[in-house]
Design a protein around this ligand. Structure first.
Ligand SMILES: *[C@@H]1O[C@H](CO)[C@@H](O)[C@H](O)[C@H]1NC(C)=O
Length: 476
């Protein structure tokens, strides 16, 4: 069943991913650190083109419009494998009109990062969210580096290039890639009299009726979501690819956004790093050598939680990746007492202690089950709670109380009580079972009345004595 599902998925996948028959001979020289031959494939993604400004969606005037679009990442080099054998080149649909939006990113000097993850997402049962919008690079002749980013007017004339930014996100915490793409010049031979244009974008189309682009800059992360425990070291993954900027032209800013407040955590500029949060580091030489802008935070605490933004600036372009870093501490669940000795006449209180968990939301339920009962345990009503206590390290604790009534007659079966705790850190609720024993179990029935009376008289010590026969070590 599972295998069949996968086959079906991969069959669907083969329709979408089309590969060139074999890598060209000259491509072999590119392979330096791996022996495995690569093959060029086309990755085809269904996207939305997002445009700001009062478009009409149905009856409503919205702040932006969403139009279906296709993004073709053309000639992506991936390790060769037989699974790719049946694939062919991408062919645009024959019914494409001047309203169809096909963005075709050609191979360029800037590789698409994490292409393999994008290629195999379908087969791994993941989805890729893809959004494309206009991008306006910084003007080249910048005099004041710290000046505000000036936006070029949209390049609508035929010879002017236009830029787009696309953000690709693999579902389930997979990779996230942002690509900055630039339109390619279109010649008269490719487009008769330069007349064929994409209607909405007012841009010239290539021979195949697609918008031809080159990837100019990319920022990506392999870990858009991180869960950690208090005091741990955390690595926030951020990398980039770009053409030919020199070291001086690269700068990186890391920011933390939490509960509406944003602050700078780290800055990399001119080959140097400045940490605004103590215990924050970047491997400086790797920024230029490996295009790696990952950040390392030691002793991660509750106050470090939030949304981290890695912004990479390279000459004309800048783009960012967003990462969530959250603390996850599972609750420690404990019953007090762990064995409850039921008294014949007085209800007894049991406490379920739920300690040192984070985040705050926790669900506690008491369940009751009779011995030999095949049915599911039933929830117990009338339980009470302490208020949440926040511990020194920021984690939370709470207690839940239950009163257990004495049995109405000695033959009544002793029920089992359970404290069940659900928390985001637990795949399944954590359940602890309360052991209940009759305090007078071993005592002959005739003696019961007498003993009870004795217990009542010797209020202080009596209780202990009544428990004593079975519980020497457990009585407190
Ligand atoms: C950056 O380097 C670290 C090790 O220093 C590595 O774990 C991480 O995967 C690298 N990230 C990128 C995007 O290259």
């Amino acid at each position: 069943m599972k295998a069949l599902d996968l086959l079906l998925l991969c069959a669907l996948f083969s329709v979408k991913i089309l590969a060139m028959p074999a890598a060209k001979a000259e491509d072999q020289s590119d392979i330096t650190d791996t022996v495995q031959p690569t093959r060029a494939v086309d990755i085809v993604l269904s996207c939305f083109y997002i445009e700001e400004g009062g478009g009409h969606m149905g009856m409503f005037v919205s702040g932006f419009t969403r139009d279906p679009a296709t993004l073709v990442l053309h000639g992506i080099h991936v390790p060769d494998s037989e699974a790719l054998d049946s694939f062919t080149d991408y062919v645009p649909p024959p019914d494409a009109s001047d309203e169809t939006m096909i963005f075709e990113a050609l191979v360029s000097s800037v590789p698409v990062p994490e292409a393999e993850s994008l290629l195999h997402a379908d087969c791994n049962g993941q989805e890729i969210t893809c959004e494309i919008s206009r991008y306006y690079p910084q003007e080249v002749e910048e005099k004041d580096e710290n000046g505000p980013v000036t936006e070029e007017p949209a390049a609508e004339s035929d010879n002017e290039p236009a830029w787009f930014i696309s953000s690709l996100q693999v579902s389930g915490g997979g990779v996230s890639v942002t690509l900055v793409m630039k339109t390619q010049p279109i010649t008269k031979s490719e487009n008769e009299n330069l007349s064929r244009k994409q209607k909405k974008l007012d841009l010239l189309l290539g021979t195949m009726g697609t918008l031809l682009l080159s990837v100019e800059f990319a920022v990506y992360t392999r870990m858009p979501s991180i869960h950690t425990s208090i005091g741990q070291s955390v690595q926030l993954d951020c990398g980039f690819t770009e053409g030919n900027s020199t070291a001086e032209k690269i700068s990186v800013e890391w920011r933390l956004q939490h509960k509406g407040i944003g602050r700078r955590i780290y800055t990399y500029k001119d080959g140097e790093g400045i940490a605004d949060r103590p215990g924050t580091q970047m491997e400086l030489q790797n920024v230029i050598l490996k295009r790696n802008a990952s950040l390392f935070l030691s002793n991660f605490e509750i106050k470090d939680e939030g949304t981290y933004i890695c912004i990479v600036y390279a000459t004309r372009y800048h783009a960012q990746q967003v990462m969530q870093a959250l603390i996850m501490e599972p609750p420690h669940v404990q019953l007090i007492p762990s064995v409850l000795y039921l008294q014949p006449h007085a209800p007894m209180r049991a406490t379920c202690d739920i300690g040192h968990y984070y985040p705050l939301d926790v669900e506690v339920m008491w369940l009751k089950q009779l011995p030999g009962d095949e049915e599911k345990p039933t929830p117990v009503s009338g339980t009470s709670f302490s208020s949440h206590r926040q511990n020194r390290d920021g984690t939370y604790s709470v207690s839940s109380y239950i009163w257990i009534q004495p049995l109405s007659h000695s033959e009544e079966p002793i029920p089992t009580y359970m404290c069940q705790v659900a928390h985001i850190t637990l795949q399944e609720p954590s359940t602890v079972t309360l052991v209940i024993q009759m305090s007078e179990e071993s005592i002959p029935l005739g003696m019961l009345g007498l003993l009870a009376a004795a217990c009542l008289i010797m209020v202080g010590v009596g209780v202990l004595m009544c428990r004593a026969p079975k519980t020497k070590s457990k009585v407190q």
